[in-house]
Design a protein around this ligand. Sequence first.
Ligand code: MSP
Length: 628
Amino acid sequence: MIDKTTKTARTSSKKGKKFYITTAIDYVNARPHIGHAYEKTLADAIARWHRLIGDKVWYLTGTDENAQKNALVAKEKGIPVAKFVKDNSNIFEDLCKKLGISNDDFIRTTEQRHVKKVQEIFKEIFDNGDIYKGKYEGLYCTGCEAFVTEKDLVDGKCLEHNREPLKMSEDAYFFKLSKYQAQIQKIIRDGLIIPKEKGNEILSRLEGEDLRDLCVSRTNLEWGIDSPIDKRFKIYVWIDALSNYITALENKEDEFWPADVHVVGKGINWFHTVIWPAILLSAGYKLPKNVLVHGYLTLGGQKMSKSLGNVIDPFDLLKKYNKDSVRYSLLKCSVFEDSDYSEEILINRNNNELADKLGNLVSRISTLAERDGLEKCDNKLLTKLKLSEIEEFMQGFEIDKALGLIFGFVDRINEFVQSKKPWETHDKKVLYQAVDSVKAVAILLSSFIPETCDKIAKTFGFEIKYSNLAKGLVYKNIKKSEILFKKIESAEKNELKEEKIKGGKEKLNKAPEGIISMADIIKYDDFAKLDLRVGTIKKIEDVEGADKLLKLEVDVGKEKRTILAGIKKFYSKEELKGKQIIVICNLEPRKLKGQVSEGMLLAAVNGDESSVVLLSPEKKIDSGSKVQ
Ligand code: MSP
């Protein structure tokens, strides 16, 4: 059923490969911000995808704790450094849990497994003759934790952290970075860096200057890992931090090294694609296959960062909103470019895509499937799923584009359901195709919004397995789904609503109590969704076994509707014949006493329901006229 290109794409992907993925490890000088949440979620979607297609995945994330900047903030706060970094590291780990990150390990660089192995790697480089003693005279940016030159500064300040570097003059050890320049250029040309443009940036820097050797020690520091070759020195924190990708593996090193992809932000591209390969070449390790360099999340076009103080706290969002809404809103951001992000963007993506497109579709077809059941057939709708393109995007880490294509298919399913009107036709084959297509969507989306996809799978009774994607399954005992995504009021609208409630409450103070519940205020847009029309009652019949109901045939313009209404006690058949009433035409059909009612009519009901009066247009008007 799925097109041939798709089949080729699946069978050509080698099953059961190992796949080792890492994120950068975060400094713990402050709480995590949304940029950290983005990187972890991005890597998580990739890791989950590879598990889904059958790879053996190892996903590592963690915290970079030996940096001088962590120690500086701890001192400022008067907290022992070890306690400070541990407490903050716990917050990063907690973020992973709250975001539903499926990491297999979480490394802290103060752990013994890390410290011991870093010293071994440093010693290996030294023993290979690539570390020599000298004197460092120059600048150091504690923001970047990097030795910088005047060339890296604008108006004397580091652009990344908007601060002046420290002047340093100290005895030091140097690593022969220059020795590896040609090899590094080659591996970058061979495609180490994704996307290509980010590779070209590094290449043009390398082609324009000869690499200088790198200072790899710091002196006069109390915090950091001791150098194994000279105890007066600490190991430069980037050598320590980068090594985490190997130190964390312990006895899994043979199985998982080299990394298949390091996921990092654009600001630390150089460290991962120049310094890290040189260390590995010197110490005799294989090189990572890819470094995925993602763009930054910006706020109003400005870089978001702890040092600039304009950050969005992911915990605030996770407290207010569904985890999958946060994840989806992040994963929709462009992987390769910078993307503006805000709470408003999250709300729009939740409302317009998750709630309106996916949530509504699942709710609609599960309700109809519960009512009418399904009839298995060839699912022609699946030919509209661009699976081979989705797989290609995922393989190339363009996951925002893959997500776009999956939601394109959700649009196709919605169009199909809308045009086939199974709520009128009761066509079980149409419903089957819709459900079977939603199954494919849930399997594909399970890497992005896993909790929601588990709920969808439970509703329709299938297993999230890649091999189920193109297979027509049998779906039984379907029950109406819970609401997957609630619509969120925007912050701006919330303020307006507050005002309205305040104004409303003031008015209410003067009205008799208990007439209107302000909690039930709805948005204009919600009201406008009602399709209210004038209908003319053509036929009236009793309903067997029902003493309150009448079955009406109502002309609503282009069509006649059957409506079951509980008005038998209040109107005679003669009074009703030819009467014009107001009908809600776009309500989901309902079954009453074994008969389907295709709408509702408006009536005024008094307090004890002893009186019911139908609403009627004041003058005669065409059937089907809109009420607005
Ligand atoms: N500790 C180093 C990384 C060492 S990796 C061996 C570091 N830490 S960090 O906390 O500053 O950043 C962690 C990750 O978050 C980096 O990949 C960084 O690029 C990323 N981001 C920081 N700000 C970001 C945004 N505003 N948007 C997206 N990612 C961002 O660098």
